[in-house]
Structures are given as structure tokens and as C-alpha cells.
Design a protein around this ligand. Structure first.
Ligand code: UD1
Ligand code: CA
Length: 448
């Protein structure tokens, strides 16, 4: 049976008190709506239709071609919202899944089970229900004495007796398309002036159909985000879910509560994360690494067996067995080859450090190519910027750069060359020679 999906995201989200549309508020580095898109993608494969309204342009721009968009203007309720998707979907699918963009904990697995439920019955409406004491102003599920669903009543319209019902409507449905599209047009205006999607349930029952319900085990999955309190709560739960998955996959988290791993990150077995580790974006960490405490890694690939202590890495590439920290900063384009050692207070930007290169103390390498086994003495820096342009520095294999050397780029230090402490290098130094002074002069040819 062909399945399509509609994600509702047109509401204003007033209680967020924000200029940003609610569904773009970030959870673990992704906009809230990304989670709905991801869950739907897991069950349909197709692009869903997203109904947008408030902040439509911003939403469309932020989410791009992950969805097809349809504008709901004005916003006349959840039933009216789904109606907007009809021109895009009518005749194209047998089942229509409807979810909200502000329920980021809902999993593809649960949606899959709901779809299976819908496929195994002929009724026009299958829906999730959840039983919990935290009613969160959800609509209440009404059942007849035989236990069959007879309707849904919104909290605002519920009688005191109905309010005491704790089986709730999370607002996640799978409809038979052939029934849905005409039925939507028959919804009557509510006392609040809206077309309630929930009225479809009562309508189906009146027509003699049974409603299929799938009761959820984990009420946390349907936490809807309405305030920043909910946002923080969802953030913590998502984080727990991700951390748990990595622990079960063989990664040690010394203190999961203070370890932050975004959904796009991957980690290898036997890696240990100390508290205060923040792994962002597309970061990939290999096996057997020890990371943290207090380390931030953004969009960086780290090989196997690396040790990274109290450092910040952005858009960098580390091969295997790199040792770093404390207090190093890798910026965009830093490439550290196998066995590189960086001690405290090192910064590398747009530079490659060859295998086994050492940079122990207080150094900056910018726009540099550093050969294998080079030793960079304490306080050495590349003077790569003249206020207008950036220039490259090359240091040949096995060179020994004395403490506090200033490499005034563009400049090359030959393989096996040495500089004395405090040297200011303004011209190229030939291989295997010793240069000293300000500006540097070659005073000796070295044995190879
Ligand atoms: C809805 C359900 C309620 C359920 C609750 C669960 C109805 C009438 N009620 O109530 O039974 O328990 O969800 O959260 O459906 N939206 C639009 N266009 C609109 C109105 C809403 O796109 O015109 C979107 C919102 O952006 C939001 C979602 O639909 O993502 C839910 O809307 P909301 O107004 O929060 O519905 P509730 O009143 O919470
Ligand atoms: Ca809501």
C-alpha cells in the first residue's frame, strides 16, 4: 500500500516567545522539525508534505528540499491544515500519515508500527494513544462501554468527567486516503472557529467504522514542544537516547549526563568520553580514543587511538594515534597525520602536520605544510598574515625549529634544517643548514 505523510507546522508557537518559528528551534544542533522529517523518512522513503504558515519563508529556507511545502493561510485548525495537502497527495497514495513538526521524540519505529496497524485493518482511521497522568492539555479519548473509541474531546470542551480520562490523543494518525480527503470537507467549524482534525474520529464512528488505536509504551515520545521548558526537557531526553545507543554500541561514557553527542556523530568501539565532551555536527571518532574532559569537537574526523584533552577542534582531520592537549585549538583545514603530538596551547589552522611531527608548547601554525618528524620548538609561530594577505610556510621533513622562531611567510625551511632560539626567518633556509638571528642567517651546514 502506498504511503504518504503530512507534517503540520503552520502554527505560531506563541508560548515559545520567540522571533524564530517554533519548529526551527534547535535540539542537539538540528531544527526541531528535522526530527519529524527523519522519523517520517524512515517509514515512507518519500518526501513528506509539510504544511507551513507562520514563518513560512524561514522554515522553507532552513529545511530546503527535505519536504514539499504547502502554505496554510490563514491557520484554521488541524483539520484545515491537512486539507491543504490534498492537491499534492490526492490519488497518489492509499494511506496518509499525519504528524506534527513539534514532536521531536517520536520515532520512526513507532510510526512504522502505526502504519502496520493501518495496513492490517480496513478502518479509515488508525491512531496512537497514550495513557499518562501528565495530561498536557491533550484531547481525551472517549470509549463506549464496549471499549471501542467513540470520539475525541478537546480539553477546552471536555466535561469534568471527561477531564478525568487519562487516555490521551497525541495527534498522530494514519488515514485511508480515499476516505480522508472527502471526510475533511465535512468537518464542521468548532466553537473556537477552527476545523478540528479530531472530529474525523467521531465522524468515522458515526459512519459505523471502528477506530484502530495503538497504545504507546513510552509517553515521552509524544512530548510536544510548546515552551522553552519543553524544549529543554526534549533536549535532555534526546540526549539520553543517543548516549544510551552509543554505550550499548561499545563506547564508554564516564558521565553520560555531562556528555553531549549530536545525532550526526559517529563513534568507534572502546572509545572513552570523559565529562564535558561535546561532539557536534558530522564529527566522526574512531576506535580506542580517549576524549576529554572538556573537549569540543565540531565537524571533525578523528582516527583510531587518539587522545584529546581539554581542546577545541573545528573542521579538522586527525589520522591515528594523535595526542593533543591540554588547551589546543584546531581550526578549519587542520590536518594532523598519524602520531602527531600537540602539547599545551597549540593552534593549527589550514595546515598539515606530517606523521610524527611534534609541537609541544605555545605554537601557531597557519597556512603551513609541516613535514614528517619535524620538531616545532616552544613559542614558534607562522607570521602568515601581513594585514592584507595570507601566505604559506613550508617546513621540510625532520627539520628542528628552535624555540620562539618567527616564520615570516611566505617562507620555506628545508628538510633537516635547524633554527636557533629566537630566530626570525624572513628568507628560505636551505636543507640541512643551521640558521640563527634576526633576520636569520645561515651559519653552518649540517651533517645529513
Ligand atoms: C491537537 C489535537 C489534540 C491533541 C493535541 C496533541 C486537534 C483539534 N486537537 O491540539 O486532540 O491532543 O494536538 O498535541 O487537532 N497546526 C497547523 N495549522 C493549524 C493549527 C495547527 O499547522 O491551523 C499545527 C501546529 O503547528 C502544531 C499542530 O498542528 O504543530 C498541533 O496544533 P495545536 O494547535 O498545538 O493543537 P492542540 O491544540 O495542541
Ligand atoms: Ca500543541
Amino acid at each position: 500500500m502506498k504511503l504518504s505523510a503530512v507534517i503540520l507546522a503552520a502554527g505560531q508557537g506563541t508560548r515559545m516567545k520567540s522571533n524564530l518559528p517554533k519548529v526551527l528551534h534547535s535540539l542537539l544542533g538540528k531544527p526541531m522539525a528535522w526530527y519529524a522529517l527523519e522519523a517520517v523518512r524512515q517509514v515512507t522513503g518519500d518526501r513528506p508534505v509539510m504544511v507551513i504558515g507562520h514563518g513560512a519563508d524561514q522554515v522553507r529556507q532552513a529545511l530546503g528540499d527535505q519536504a514539499e511545502y504547502v502554505l496554510q493561510e490563514p491557520q484554521l485548525g488541524t483539520g484545515h491544515a491537512v486539507m491543504q495537502a490534498e492537491p499534492l497527495l490526492r490519488g497518489k497514495s492509499d494511506l496518509v500519515l499525519v504528524i506534527y513538526a513539534d514532536m521531536p521524540l517520536l520515532t520512526g519505529e513507532t510510526l512504522g508500527r502505526l502504519v502496520e496497524e493501518a495496513q492490517s485493518h480496513t478502518g479509515p482511521v488508525s491512531m496512537l494513544t497514550v495513557t499518562t497522568d501528565e495530561t498536557r492539555s491533550f484531547g481525551r479519548i472517549l470509549r463506549d462501554p464496549g471499549g471501542q473509541v467513540s470520539g475525541i474531546v478537546e480539553e477546552a470542551q471536555a466535561t469534568p468527567e471527561q477531564l478525568s480520562i487519562h487516555e490521551l490523543n497525541p495527534g498522530v494518525y494514519c488515514f485511508r486516503a480515499a476516505w480522508l480527503w472527502p471526510a475533511l470537507k465535512r468537518i464542521a467549524l468548532s466553537p473556537k472557529g477552527e476545523y478540528y482534525l479530531t472530529d474525523l474520529v467521531g465522524m468515522a464512528v458515526t459512519e459505523g467504522h471502528a477506530i484502530q488505536t495503538l497504545s504507546m509504551e513510552d509517553p515521552n515520545e509524544v512530548i510536544g514542544i510548546n515552551t522553552r521548558l519543553h524544549l529543554a526537557q526534549a533536549n535532555a531526553l534526546l540526549s539520553q537516547r543517543i548516549n544510551r545507543q552509543w554505550m550499548l554500541a561499545g563506547v564508554t561514557l564516564i558521565d553520560p549526563i555531562s556528555t553531549y553527542i549530536e545525532p550526526g556523530v559517529t563513534l568507534g568501539q572502546d572509545t572513552i568520553l570523559w565529562p564535558g565532551t561535546y561532539l557536534h555536527g558530522s564529527t566522526q571518532i574512531g576506535t580506542g580514543c580517549v576524549i576529554g574532559p572538556n573537549t569540543i569537537i565540531i565537524d571533525t574526523k578523528v582516527g583510531d587511538g587518539c587522545t584529546l584533552l581539554a581542546s577545541v577542534l573545528e573542521c579538522a582531520l586527525l589520522e591515528d594515534h594523535v595526542e593533543m592537549g591540554p588547551y589546543c585549538h584546531l581550526r578549519k583545514g587542520a590536518h594532523l597525520s598519524t602520531g602527531v603530538h600537540m602539547g599545551n596551547f597549540g593552534e593549527v589552522k589550514n595546515s598539515t602536520l606530517g606523521p610524527g611531527a611534534k609541537m609541544g608548547h605555545f605554537s601557531y601554525m597557519g597556512d603551513a605544510t609541516v613535514g614528517a618528524d619535524v620538531n616545532i620548538g616552544a613559542g614558534t609561530i607562522t607570521c602568515n598574515y601581513d594585514g592584507t594577505h595570507k601566505y604559506p610556510t613550508e617546513i621540510g621533513e625532520g627539520a628542528f625549529i628552535g624555540s620562539d622562531t618567527m616564520l615570516v611567510a611566505p617562507v620555506k625551511v628545508g628538510a633537516g634544517a635547524k633554527t636557533g632560539a629566537g630566530t626570525v626567518v624572513t628568507k628560505d633556509i636551505p636543507p640541512h643548514s643551521l640558521a640563527v638571528g634576526v633576520p636569520a642567517r645561515v651559519i653552518k651546514v649540517l651533517k645529513k
